[in-house]
Ligand binder design. Structure first.
Ligand SMILES: Cc1cc2nc3c(=O)[nH]c(=O)nc-3n(C[C@H](O)[C@H](O)[C@H](O)COP(=O)(O)OP(=O)(O)OC[C@H]3O[C@@H](n4cnc5c(N)ncnc54)[C@H](O)[C@@H]3O)c2cc1C
Length: 377
């Protein structure tokens, strides 16, 4: 690789106030939020691929804040207050997206979300659980009906072999590529420098700031560093114990007469699907092969693909053949306590990672925490 010119050195590779590693949702929101609060900062995002390649452009595009069974399970694990705090962050995050990007720009589909249930242990208590959670969530969502019992719609919505159905009218679908594209445009307009094709293998902290070790011949320097590498963080900061978790997705060919519309979660979020132009996008089944899915490798497996196909054959009420036309995967990052992580790792380095399976909603809010840590006042 040739050495840089003076011009390149003084522009693309000039010293930055803040370098962000990772050009996914976390990196983009962090850059935007930093320049919102401190417009004079110089901010550079360093991304190793030609376009972000992890979770942000490979997810399912649900703008969601948690299904009923997930929230009840979270409450049992972390307590009511902590569960509500995280719901509030997700809900605020979704509203924030809408203030930055129009519904058209991100192909927002306010279709509502469903959670079908099968052999649910709390089946008899469902109505009282809905009533209980609606009461807790009202101060956040502003409605008495965050969740509704929609069991009588199971057949109308084209699902079979489930017992009950919960509807959340506040949930929506978005186009994940358009969201990342839209945020990239905003970041560039604010003056963020985005350098693609640079893989960071580490950094050195000196009295003068930070110097990145990369695959590039030019040295990249900054005063501060934010690491937004999600499921790939183990290679840079193993001490944070971020566990990679691959999520695989299949997309069917269009299915004539498809009645299933909306976003859907099942089995504590281990299965999720939605209708996109009469094609079903279905992801999940990681819980069928936890060991092999604990990986940063993006190649999917036939094993999971087949489980996903069988799931559709079992639960989609259609007499049409179900054909898979696309199969891809993305990598999530999980913290030991399953909560998002935003913390200093040294005097001038902050890690903002692991929005788990809900980064669409959480990254805009976690970016505010990062900014508060970096910009005083
Ligand atoms: C299959 C799947 C489905 C999902 N569905 C949803 C959903 O419906 N709704 C929802 O809210 N969330 C969903 N998520 C989670 C959501 O996508 C993530 O929480 C979010 O995208 C995380 O954003 P990020 O920027 O932290 O990570 P990423 O998007 O993974 O970005 C990290 C970036 O860092 C770069 N990078 C890594 N290491 C280096 C390095 N050493 N040098 C330079 N660059 C580096 C990578 O190339 C990558 O582009 C899903 C995730 C997956 C995988």
């Amino acid at each position: 690789m040739s050495l840089p010119s003076l011009w390149e050195q003084e522009t693309y590779y000039a010293h930055s106030d803040v370098i962000i590693i990772g050009g996914g949702l976390m990196g983009l929101w962090t850059a935007i939020e930093l320049l919102q609060k401190a417009p004079s900062l110089s901010v550079t995002i360093v991304e190793r691929h030609s376009s972000p390649l992890g979770a942000s452009t490979r997810n399912a595009g649900f703008a969601c804040f948690g299904s009923l069974t997930e929230l009840l399970a979270d409450e049992a694990k972390m307590g009511t207050d902590a569960m509500l705090r995280i719901v509030e962050m997700r809900y605020k995050g979704i509203q924030k997206i809408k203030t930055y990007l129009s519904g058209n720009t991100i192909a927002l589909d306010p279709c509502g979300g469903y959670e079908p249930l099968k052999n649910y242990a709390g089946a008899d208590l469902l109505d009282s659980q809905i009533h209980y959670l609606n009461g807790l969530l009202k101060p956040i969502t502003g409605t008495d009906h965050s969740f509704l019992n929609a069991t009588d719609q199971l057949a109308a919505i084209g699902l079979k072999d489930f017992d009950q159905l919960i509807f959340n009218p506040l949930e929506a679908g978005i186009h994940s590529g358009k969201l990342v594209n839209g945020l990239t445009r905003i970041a560039l307009q604010k003056g963020v420098r985005i350098l693609n094709g640079i893989n960071v293998s580490g950094w050195v902290e000196t009295g003068n700031g930070i110097e990145l070790n990369t695959n590039h011949p030019v040295s990249l320097r900054s005063n501060q560093l934010v690491v937004c590498t999600n499921g790939f963080t183990g290679a840079l900061l193993p001490q944070l114990n971020i566990e990679p978790a691959r999520g695989q997705i299949i997309l069917t060919a269009p299915i004539a007469g498809l009645k299933t519309k909306g976003t859907f979660h099942f089995d504590e979020g281990f299965y999720y699907w939605r209708n996109i132009g009469n094609q079903i996008l279905l992801g999940g089944a990681r819980n069928s092969d936890f060991n092999n899915e604990r990986t940063t490798g993006l190649e999917g497996s036939d094993f999971i693909r087949d489980i996903l196909l069988r799931f559709l054959q079992q639960h989609l009420d259609t007499d049409q053949p179900i054909e898979i036309v696309q199969h891809w995967s993305g990598i999530m990052g999980f913290t030991p306590n399953k909560l998002p992580l935003c913390q200093p790792v040294s005097a001038n380095v902050i890690a903002a990672i692991a929005c788990n399976g809900m980064g669409v909603a959480l990254t805009p809010v976690i970016a505010e925490t990062v900014t508060k840590m970096l910009v005083s006042g």
